[in-house]
Design a binder for this molecule. Structure first.
Ligand code: DLZ
Length: 162
């Protein structure tokens, strides 16, 4: 993934994800953006052989709720990796910093608590244009990248167990 435009990533370098199961948590804030991220993530998982019924998608009100949504998923189902998708756009208040910090810390804790990949798919941008550029625009779709990261990490864990 050495490129910024993820439509150019080398699919042959992505390990097989056959038989794996994935969860996706999508924040409803900035839904135009997060919906596009989710579409990208799902499309990428399907492209790499994951069955539709093996992708479980849930929605949470805002990005701050992403880690707890991830925990709900991890507790409810046997999933190989969970992708957290949200978009925080910098406003005039410090809300941006607090939400980003909460999601970042929460995601790190989930990874270590469950010994399982929880992928940080949070866009943190200055404005809507930057978010659009990263959710299917000129900087690709970060949902695609999150899905590839999920496959790579789940597969790494599986390989080390063999
Ligand atoms: C409150 C809030 C604000 C101001 N901005 C965003 C945002 O840009 N992106 C986002 O995903 N969520 C935002 N939220 C909602 C919080 O994430 C959270 O849902 C509420 O603070 C309730 O916990």
């Amino acid at each position: 993934m050495a490129t910024k435009d993820l439509s150019e990533y080398d699919t042959s370098k992505v390990p097989s994800a056959e038989g794996m199961r994935f969860g996706i948590v999508v924040s409803e804030w900035n839904q135009e953006i997060t919906g596009a991220l989710a579409e990208g993530a799902i499309r990428t998982l399907l492209k790499h052989g994951i069955k539709k019924e093996d992708i479980k998608v849930i929605y949470v009100p805002g990005s701050f709720e992403l880690p707890l949504g991830g925990q709900f998923l991890a507790e409810s189902d046997e999933l190989d990796a969970i992708i957290l998708l949200g978009c925080v756009i910098q406003g005039e208040t410090r809300h941006f910093d607090f939400i980003c910090l909460g999601v970042t810390q929460g995601t790190v804790e989930l990874n270590l608590k469950y010994n399982k990949p929880f992928i940080f798919g949070l866009l943190t941008t200055e404005n809507l244009e930057q978010a659009k550029a990263r959710s299917g625009g000129r900087h690709g779709n970060k949902g695609d990248e999150a899905a590839v990261t999920a496959i790579k990490m789940a597969s790494l864990k599986k390989d080390l167990r063999k």
